[in-house]
Design a binder for this molecule. Structure first.
Ligand SMILES: [Zn+2]
Ligand SMILES: [Zn+2]
Length: 276
């Protein structure tokens, strides 16, 4: 981000004893805010452009203390990680932990909500992940065709009724109850939910709500409702290119403009895992 700054320079170059002023315009680089950790990023093993190592190098360059790779999980139709690449990435993470001891690296996946049961497509592999996180993605496949139609397709085709929103919410509540989730991603993206009910469940389970660095879909009323529950937030880049790793500018701007105290965003100055 570039910023024009006016600098006033006071000179006495003629030795007259009288100060004159000159204004110089210079372009300075505005310092980017860097969170303690970024816990939602993608590589070219899903729909990201960079390699895991490029993402890690960018995180180190920025000064992040923690970094998580969280590629789209298996049931994301267009870009889900393959099982072979998941195992390969696990070995890469171990290698890079040794190569880059200055940063703490976590291995996780962005789980896909599969339907009203609250099931995630990472269910079978949850014990192999450093932490769990999830989101709804319209391009994820479901448990079966009937679930795809009733859960995914109808949300995309029709404007959801209040009843439908309550049903969607129930899917999230079951998921939050079923898994030990660290956070839920980009709520209201592709599927409308009752965020207040989800926030209440998150408080009970110690789950955070993500302020996504790419997209945020909360009204002011929803923000106020969430704050009332006491829920905490996490700011992540959701970077799909290495240069966006650690970029939570949108999350911070949203928080400031909607009255979310920055202390409620747990990963700005400390680890997301510091309360464990
Ligand atoms: Zn996502
Ligand atoms: Zn993502």
């Amino acid at each position: 981000m570039k910023k024009i700054e006016n600098i006033e320079i006071y000179e006495d170059d003629n030795n007259t004893g009288k100060m004159t002023t000159a204004t110089e315009v210079s372009v300075v680089e505005e310092k980017k805010f860097v969170p303690y950790g970024d816990y939602h990023t993608h590589t070219n093993f899903s729909d990201g452009e960079g390699t895991l190592e490029e993402n890690i190098q960018q995180a180190i360059k920025l000064g992040l203390k923690e970094y998580a790779v969280t590629d789209h999980a298996f049931k994301h139709r267009a870009s889900g990680i393959t099982l072979a690449n998941f195992h390969l990435q696990k070995r890469q993470v171990e290698l890079f932990r040794e190569r880059y001891p200055q940063i703490k690296i976590y291995h996780a996946l962005e789980g896909n909500l599969m339907g009203y049961s609250g099931l995630l497509d990472i269910d079978e592999y949850k014990d192999q992940l450093d932490f769990l996180q999830m989101g709804f993605h319209k391009s994820a496949s479901n448990e079966n065709f009937a679930t795809w139609w009733s859960f995914t397709a109808t949300n995309l085709i029709f404007k959801p009724s209040e009843k439908k929103i309550e049903k969607n919410t129930l899917a999230y509540l079951r998921c939050i109850d079923r898994y030990d989730l660290k956070f839920v991603n980009h709520l209201n993206y592709g599927i409308l939910v009752n965020v207040k009910e989800i926030a209440k469940a998150c408080v009970e389970r110690g789950t955070k709500i993500e302020l996504n660095g790419k997209r945020i879909f909360f009204s002011q009323k929803e923000v106020d409702d969430m704050l009332e529950t006491g829920v905490d937030f996490v700011a992540n880049s959701d970077a799909h290119i290495p240069s966006r790793v650690g970029d939570v500018a949108l999350s911070i701007e949203f928080a400031k403009s909607h009255g979310i105290p920055l202390e409620k965003i747990v990963n700005l100055n400390k680890s997301l895992f510091s309360d464990m």
